[in-house]
Design a protein around this ligand. Structure first.
Ligand code: SF4
Length: 428
């Protein structure tokens, strides 16, 4: 079966309030009938069996898609041998006119409806603007008139649990040809994103999604679990400089959600068997700093460079090097001169926990563990405490002798004496 998806970004969702959705808040310029026809003619030049139309809102909302386009699309599908045509709509736009415009003997038209959860109270909290009764009525009408129904169900919507999910799937199965179970991550400008940042809800991991949906089987059950490949991108308007050697900065929710991602969603590169922890730098992104340039000038020359997985350990926690250009790792300052004994103690405690979580999740990926830190730094202490606890042999890439020589200098880890140790330790 040949499958094709077409995105028609036109106008704005007539509702736009669902707390988990960001796309519904965007306003695209409205496509004219002529533009829509031109697009479909261009995108549907070859024969396909299944055509899916997505338009961030409702295809049946005339403020988004002109009514005259409906019959044009169906006739075009008939001509191109399309057997199934999927569109999406809120229930309030489902009416008799759909039967007149889109009924076809050759093409099965299936309407996707966002049921999300079969519970009126929760639907209200999600600001979905839908009730279970409205859903049942619309789905019944569609099926009675020869249309198909594809119901979207949010697995792990805020305020739900396994029982609500079970109830929702049961109801959706009764009224749908397809039930689409979605693992999802909140859009940066949605209210659910703020719930997550404020620690009131969090996205499911792959395992949690699979566990929650394992009992739902059958030809009409679709599972979309690929949302966990996402990273927690903080939208630009919500980004701020995180500055100061304070608990507020150390425990900032933006750091927390990234650490959750690194522990639960991130998969370290399988081929990199050597884990090297290094410090952050005052300059951001780190790779522009003198310290990191010096460290990498050593690493690049090593034969086993491609086996080394570099992770920065600092105020944000553990940061795999491939993420150093992501916010908030580019916009924070932890001025050491502002550190108090109390905050140093807290830093060690928090860093220990973050490193421990990372190593418990991914430690088995590595065969060797190294660190290149000042021997009296708080991060060095935290790293050693954790590795001792977990029975991991953590190797120092800086000897006491070399450190004694560079200790009082500015940026000691970037000095030749120290770098020599890094090189010889890794080489050995
Ligand atoms: S989920 Fe659908 S109905 Fe709700 S705001 Fe987004 S596009 Fe609109």
């Amino acid at each position: 079966m040949k499958d094709k998806s077409i995105f028609l970004r036109s106008g704005k969702c007539g509702w736009g309030k669902c707390i988990f959705c960001g796309w519904g808040k965007y306003e695209y310029s409205k496509m004219t009938l002529h533009e829509l026809k031109k697009k479909i003619d261009k995108d549907l030049e070859k024969r396909v069996d299944i055509l899916k139309i997505f338009n961030s809102g409702s295809f049946l909302d005339e403020d988004q898609i002109p009514k005259a386009f409906r019959s044009y699309l169906v006739r075009k599908c008939e001509l191109m041998g399309v057997k199934k045509l999927f569109i999406e709509s809120r229930t309030e736009y489902v009416d008799e006119s759909l039967v007149e415009d889109m009924k076809s003997d050759k093409v099965k038209v299936i309407i996707g409806i966002g049921l999300e959860v079969a519970d009126d109270e929760i639907l209200k909290k999600l600001d979905k603007g839908l009730t279970v009764e409205k859903y049942v009525k619309a789905a019944g009408f569609l099926r009675k008139n020869g249309f198909g129904v594809r119901s979207y169900v949010l697995v792990n919507a805020p305020y739900t649990n396994q029982k609500t999910l079970d109830r929702t799937v049961e109801l959706a199965k009764k009224y749908s040809d397809y039930v689409c179970l979605l693992n999802w991550s909140p859009h940066g400008y949605s209210e659910a994103f703020d719930l997550w940042i404020n620690g009131k809800w969090k996205p499911f991991t792959e395992k949690q999604f699979n566990d929650a949906t394992k009992n739902y089987k059958g030809k009409n059950i679709e599972k979309y679990s690929d949302e966990f490949s996402f990273v927690p991108r903080i939208p630009p308007k919500k980004q701020e400089w995180l500055r100061g050697a304070t608990e507020k900065v150390l425990l900032h929710p933006y750091f927390r959600v990234w650490q959750e991602y690194f522990v639960e969603g991130y998969v370290p590169p399988k081929t990199k068997k050597i884990l090297l922890f290094i410090p952050c730098s005052f300059r951001k992104p780190y790779n522009l700093s003198h310290l990191h340039k010096s460290i990498f000038s050593v690493l690049y020359k090593m034969k086993m460079y491609d086996k080394i997985h570099v992770c920065v350990v600092s105020t944000p926690g553990v940061v795999p090097y491939s993420f150093i250009k992501q916010y908030p790792f580019t916009k924070y300052d932890w001025p050491e001169w502002e550190e108090t004994p109390k905050i140093k103690k807290k830093y060690i405690e928090v860093t220990q926990k973050r490193v421990e979580d990372y190593l418990r999740a991914h430690g088995s990926n590595y065969k060797k563990f190294y660190n290149y830190f000042k021997l009296d730094s708080e991060t060095y202490i935290a790293l050693h405490n954790v590795c001792t606890k977990l029975g991991i042999g953590l190797i120092d890439c800086l000897t006491k002798e070399a450190y004694e020589k560079v200790k009082g200098e500015k940026n000691p880890l970037s000095l030749e004496e120290a770098l020599k140790d890094l090189k010889s330790t890794l080489n050995s």
